[in-house]
Design a protein around this ligand. Structure first.
Ligand SMILES: NC(=O)c1ccc[n+]([C@@H]2O[C@H](COP(=O)([O-])OP(=O)(O)OC[C@H]3O[C@@H](n4cnc5c(N)ncnc54)[C@H](O)[C@@H]3O)[C@@H](O)[C@H]2O)c1
Length: 422
């Protein structure tokens, strides 16, 4: 193990996905020299050619920073990085937190660790991961001691893909270190690329911040989804209620109902919290209830689809339904955990004839079968129903009023002229 302290790169990013690539690009943009490390060779090749794999970074933004940024699958180059940020996936496998990517990233970093490096975990995870999982692996593979030989901290990522207002630089960044020296180094690093840092006392607190933020969203979405279903039965327009309630200038934050929750964070992160609290024999009751409600939304949507068709003397079987939007949120292509997948599957089980239209998504595969993609917005006449599941901005160009059959909008978007809303 060398004791090198002058580094070729200011930053090494491990995992060049939705979180890691924007961090690498923004840092390179601020004239930091950046190395990106990923195990996906084709992603590395694309990035080095200036082809971005994610919407939040355009090809031209990427190409512009390549003088300061290079991607590699050679982990030995991580030894040349002053700061190393780990942003690899933390999914659920069999409904349990799966830290295998964090552990393999820690191995790659640990095997190449040199004295005085700063290692920061950004992957979302349960409290305790930095101390209980990351550091033991870094020490095991490096033979060095955290705190004495190298610096460690945790900083949750708040990136919101597609958000045009709150971006990487102006979103305050929560930071933590395992000791004062680590914290100081981490603060200096983030303040070189981000407007504002927020210090919390320990890595467990920083890990918990992210879980609080996403559990808060998960629970509030479940609350409004439950109220939407109840309001429907009470013949109350939930959208009128939400729009009026949100005029209260204090004490109320508005959430809107929808077809369920998707993405890599909201459905997954609360499970990480539950996993941790179950270790002390306590469930997070709010999380369990929220999961039950949010997970029931796809079947609620299908029930409503069936009722709406029945009201026109049609049935689900053989009805032609066009799904508008399959990504889990607007204006991006990410379909991870998208409720659209569950809804399409349920509709196919009922023998509906389902197609989809999504300007961001090329393929939807359900049970090994490709769902037909409608290529243009001109062919809607043949459908019994347009079912809006994602409010992509481009849908504002669709002439919904010209469509004679049902437009069922589960997203409540102002620009969608629907005949029915959730
Ligand atoms: N996507 C979001 O909006 C978001 C927001 C906040 C936090 N997060 C969290 O950030 C983390 C990363 O999420 P993401 O959405 O960027 O994931 P992603 O799937 O988009 O990207 C992860 C990248 O890591 C690479 N990778 C996997 N194992 C690796 C290894 N051992 N070494 C190097 N590279 C490896 C993959 O090839 C991939 O390119 C997760 O913990 C996630 O929960 C995501």
């Amino acid at each position: 193990m060398s004791e090198e302290t002058s580094f070729i790169y200011d930053l090494g990013v491990v995992g060049l996905g939705y979180v890691g690539l924007p961090l690498a690009v923004e840092s390179a943009n601020r004239n930091l020299s950046v190395l990106g490390f990923d195990i996906d060779e084709s992603r590395i090749n694309d990035i080095n050619k200036g082809l971005s794999p994610i919407e939040d970074v355009s090809d031209s933004e990427l190409a512009d920073v390549l003088k300061n940024f290079t991607a590699t699958s050679d982990s030995s180059k991580l030894a040349n990085c002053n700061n190393v940020v780990i942003s690899v996936p933390t999914p659920l496998t069999d409904y349990q937190p799966d830290l295998s990517y964090v552990i393999s990233a820690a191995k790659a970093v640990g095997e190449n660790l040199v004295k005085n490096q700063v290692i920061i975990l950004e992957s979302t995870t349960y409290p305790g991961t930095t101390i209980e999982v990351l550091i033991p692996n870094l020490e095991k593979y490096s033979g060095l001691k955290a705190g004495d030989d190298f610096f460690v901290g945790y900083s949750p990522e708040r990136i919101d893909p597609g958000n045009q207002e709150w971006k990487f630089k102006n979103t305050p960044k929560v930071i933590s270190g395992i000791d004062a020296n680590s914290l100081e180094k981490i603060k200096i690093f983030y303040e070189s690329i981000i407007d504002e840092t927020v210090i919390v006392n320990g890595t467990k607190e920083a890990e918990m911040v992210k879980l609080l933020e996403n559990t808060y969203r998960h629970v509030n979405i479940a609350l409004i989804n439950e109220l939407a279903m109840l309001c429907k039965m009470l013949e109350i327009d939930i959208w009128e209620v939400v729009n009026a309630a949100k005029t209260k200038p204090f004490g109320f934050q508005s959430f809107t109902p929808g077809p369920g929750v998707g993405g890599h964070c909201i459905p997954v992160d609360p499970e990480y919290l539950s996993f941790k609290t179950r270790q002390i024999g306590k469930p997070v009751r709010f999380v369990e209830l929220a999961q039950e409600i949010n997970n029931s939304m796809p079947s609620y949507v299908v029930t409503r689809v069936s009722e709406l068709l029945n009201s026109k003397d049609k049935i689900l079987k053989n009805s032609k339904i066009l799904i508008l939007g399959v990504a889990y949120k607007k204006d991006i292509s990410d379909m991870r955990e998208s409720p659209a997948l569950d809804i399409i599957e349920l509709l196919i089980e009922k023998n509906s004839d389902v197609s989809f239209y999504d300007p961001f998504v090329d393929n939807v595969v359900i049970s090994d079968t490709n769902v037909t993609k409608e290529l243009s917005v001109g062919n809607f006449k043949n459908y019994d129903m347009l079912l809006v599941l994602t409010p992509h901005t481009q849908f504002a160009n669709i002439n919904f009023e010209a469509f004679e059959n049902i437009v069922f909008d589960t997203t409540g978007s102002k620009f969608i002229k629907s005949t029915e809303r959730i």
